[in-house]
Design a protein. Structure first.
Length: 369
């Protein structure tokens, strides 16, 4: 059981995480802690190299107040995303900022060649970016799969075709301790982490397949069998279009980003450029897509009553359309919510790798003593 001292140390560190620079007097005031409680916590964090006190606030006539801040480079966390056609790598600091990243096109295959390629890519990334291995907390490997609660076994990976023993196969090639994560959960966690308020969110991932995540109380809700938030397989239109899962009418069949990008040879940016110019048939296809998306988002709002973030490939292009889309949802909303609960994703690139890396940052903070 954590001691009271350790709890205060974590509380102080989390508080500093949300600040730029702050005095010890303000820390005590904002957290409702006494100075005899704050000072040992700051001392412990400084001794661990996690915070700095090398700046001072301007004097108001008396002794200058010291300013404390998190040292973002005290530790590093790594994330890797494996998708059907790409591999992404990212390194983040303790505040969740991406330090460096790399993305290559590589088709996934369950083969020694592929896993060796991952290992070589990781080693080149570490060496080429001069990353200090001693500071690395761990490597989160994100992929489109349902992951066992031990984060070392794949329960199902129908889209990717990854084997149940993927962890064991990767272990022979990755030089950093790692764990496996669902890609939509990773993206949702990254979006939640970047919020100022850290409120409950639903993350709707609109990529080649449709998925999602829910973060409540600071934790991902995974469900009893790690199958929560499979929004892509919720029935959107009864007996509608066929889905790759074998059922009909799933949200995947209406909200996959491929429905749009396939109209422009796989280039989603080109599709949105043409649709935004009003060119046909792209403008009509986008209107139809947004209609189905409005139905899905309204259903989620009715079920969860929280903020909804549009993410994935499509979410990255929704900002110019967000006001009109909010109105579409509002018209369907039983309570005529203003639509401001709908947000575009903040992160457009390497979000899954970032979210997987953030797991180790959060774990490190939770274990502070």
């Amino acid at each position: 059981m954590p001691t009271e001292k350790a709890s205060h140390t974590r509380e102080i560190y989390r508080y500093l995480h949300r600040q730029d620079m702050v005095s010890q007097q303000k820390i005590a005031s904002d957290l409702g802690l006494s100075m005899p409680t704050v000072l040992p916590g700051l001392k412990e964090l400084r001794e661990q190299g996690l915070i700095r006190a090398d700046d001072v606030f301007a004097s108001t006539g008396g002794r200058k107040a010291r300013a404390f801040r998190v040292d973002p480079m005290a530790r590093i966390s790594m994330g890797m995303e494996i998708s059907a056609h790409h591999i992404s790598l990212a390194a983040i600091d303790m505040k969740g900022h991406i330090l460096c990243s790399n993305r290559i096109r590589q088709k996934y295959t369950d083969s020694l060649f592929y896993y060796a390629t991952l290992g070589k890519l990781l080693e080149n990334f570490l060496t080429g970016n001069h990353l200090d291995r001693e500071k690395i907390l761990g490597l989160g490997v994100s992929l489109p799969a349902i992951i066992h609660e031990d984060r070392k076994r794949v329960k199902s990976a129908r889209v990717l075709g990854a084997p149940a023993d993927l962890y064991e196969k990767l272990k022979n090639h990755l030089s950093i301790p790692f764990l496996l994560f669902n890609d939509a959960n990773s993206r949702g966690f990254a979006e939640w982490w970047d919020q100022e308020t850290r409120r409950t969110i639903i993350y709707l991932s609109l990529s080649g397949t449709v998925g999602g995540a829910m973060v409540a109380g600071g934790e991902l809700y995974l469900g009893d069998n790690q199958k929560s938030c499979e929004f892509g397989h919720v029935t959107l239109i009864p007996d509608g279009r066929p889905c790759y899962c074998g059922q009909r009418g799933c949200a995947n069949a209406y909200l996959s980003a491929s429905l749009l990008s396939n109209m422009t040879e796989g280039k989603l940016d080109r599709f949105f450029a043409l649709a935004d110019e009003g060119q046909e048939p792209y403008a009509t296809a986008l209107r139809e897509y947004l209609l189905y998306l409005a139905i899905a988002v309204n259903n989620l709002r009715m079920q969860y009553d929280c903020d909804i973030i549009l993410g994935g490939y499509v979410g990255a292009y929704m900002k110019p359309h967000i006001d009109d889309f909010r109105e579409m949802v509002r018209q369907r909303n039983r309570f005529r919510d203003d639509g401001l609960f709908i947000h575009c994703c903040r992160h457009r690139y390497e979000t899954a790798a970032m979210g997987a890396a953030l797991f180790f940052v959060e774990q490190f903070i939770q274990n502070l003593e």
